[in-house]
Ligand binder design. Structure first.
Ligand SMILES: Nc1ncnc2c1ncn2[C@@H]1O[C@H](COP(=O)(O)OP(=O)(O)OP(=O)(O)O)[C@@H](O)[C@H]1O
Length: 281
């Protein structure tokens, strides 16, 4: 975001939770250590993200929109280093969380993912009880000092994910036995149990019916009072309903990033306008 749009939106750099600068991502790039120019020139390599700069503000829902294959999910995974788990996926550029470089060798990616949590498209509860699904993160990160403390974290997380009333009498039942919408809220509870600072959501409602979608959207609005939320969505209506900032990606580039109302009512770039009016995508 340039200084002019910061002035227009009233968001200043010091309120930024995360910043990405000059980020490129390549698939099929082989061994680490190649320069961005070398990988970009290699026809056998997919250049999925091209020189992207993004600022993620605190207490804000930021939506990533754009046609299929434009790189939304790839860029989302840049923000908590999930691409590290994909063979041959290489990233160049810089991403910071509270000013700290998340790719610095001293950063433990597991700790980073506790701070920058993720919810996936398909609800993916562990084959464990409802309680143990939510207790998993706090246990591995040593966040509870005793059993009562852990039970408290589990209850608070399930309450914040708006599913406590539905599961409080069956915490030992398997998480996989819940409905799709309940499983997704359980996965949100699991992601927020480690008190993340940023929550990444990759099309979190695409497997849900309209009622469960409305519940998750309401929850997203509630969650942003505590932290930043970044959501990838195919639904422009959803982006307009839940987000304050919208980033439009096309062919791996960030075409436009601005207030959601501006993107949907008066976009600056003709490609954004074509997408939101259904002419491309
Ligand atoms: N694991 C992978 N290996 C190789 N190429 C990949 C991989 N994942 C994504 N890509 C490629 O990177 C580009 C961006 O894909 P990405 O999934 O990030 O797009 P997207 O905008 O999220 O798409 P969709 O909306 O369809 O989910 C595409 O060309 C895709 O084929």
């Amino acid at each position: 975001m340039n200084h002019m749009s910061q002035a227009m939106t009233g968001v200043t750099v010091d309120q930024m939770k995360m910043q990405a600068r000059g980020v490129d991502v390549f698939y099929g790039a082989g061994a680490a250590g190649r320069s961005a120019a070398d990988m970009a020139a290699d026809k056998s390599v997919t250049h999925a993200i091209k020189a992207v700069d993004v600022d993620i503000a605190d207490n804000t829902v930021t939506a990533f929109i754009g046609p299929s294959g434009c790189g939304k999910s790839t860029f989302l995974r840049v923000l908590n280093r999930m691409n590290d788990t994909i063979d041959g996926c290489r990233m160049t550029g810089k991403v910071t969380l509270d000013g700290e470089d998340i790719n610095d060798p001293k950063v433990d990616p597991v700790q980073l993912r506790a701070k920058v949590g993720m919810v996936f498209q398909k609800p993916n509860p562990f084959p464990k009880s409802i309680f143990d699904n939510v207790a998993y993160g706090p246990r591995i990160h040593g966040l509870a000092s005793n059993k009562a403390d852990l039970a408290d974290i589990v209850e608070k997380s399930l309450r914040r994910a708006a599913i406590w009333d539905e599961v409080k009498d069956r915490l030992q039942a398997p998480g996989t036995g819940l409905s799709g919408g309940q499983q997704q809220r359980l996965c949100i509870a699991r992601a927020i149990a480690t008190s993340p600072e940023v929550l990444l959501m990759d099309e979190p409602c695409s497997a849900l019916d309209p009622i469960a979608t409305a519940q998750v959207e309401e929850l997203i609005d509630e969650l942003r009072t505590r932290f930043s939320v970044v959501i990838v969505t195919h639904s422009m209506q959803q982006a307009a309903r839940v987000s304050q900032k919208t980033a439009f990606f096309h062919l791996g580039s960030l075409v436009e990033f601005d207030d959601t109302t501006k993107i949907f009512t008066n976009p600056s770039d003709p490609r954004t306008e074509s997408y939101i009016t259904g002419r491309i995508g």
